[in-house]
Design a protein around this ligand. Structure first.
Ligand code: AMP
Length: 112
């Protein structure tokens, strides 16, 4: 069955899309936790970070690089945070890996 994010990738569900290429889609989070909060999602539907394989190493790098480039384009040059939640204990709710990018407010540590 398609994940929620596959449906967004396939334009079956609307989203505020920021960027797309052959490997990833980036769009604004529907429930933003910061003035800038978007997700970078691979088109390949990997369930969790635990399911990444050696073959996905370039894809993982592309997700991170896309996050950095879009964060800078969206005005987060003073700082931002990236988060990837893994499985239930990690707080994951959508089982299609994605990188959160949050910016334009002060972040705190430790996270909740
Ligand atoms: P996680 O809890 O790490 O799996 O993150 C899932 C994220 O997806 C949450 O921050 C949600 O707010 C976000 N989300 C859920 N549905 C949508 C949607 N239709 N469009 C954009 N973001 C969504």
């Amino acid at each position: 069955m398609d994940t929620l994010f596959t449906k967004i990738i396939n334009r079956e569900i609307p989203a505020k899309i920021i960027y797309e290429d052959d490997q990833v889609l980036a769009f604004h989070d529907i429930a933003p936790q910061a003035p800038v909060h978007f997700l970078v999602v691979p088109k390949k539907p990997v369930r969790t970070l635990n399911d990444l394989t050696e073959d996905d190493k370039a894809l993982a790098g592309h997700i991170l690089f896309t996050a950095q480039r879009l964060a800078l384009e969206l005005g987060c040059e003073e700082g931002f945070r990236v988060v990837m939640n893994c499985n239930e204990l990690g707080g994951q709710t959508v089982y299609h890996i994605h990188m959160h990018v949050l910016g334009q407010r002060q972040m705190h540590w430790p996270p909740g």
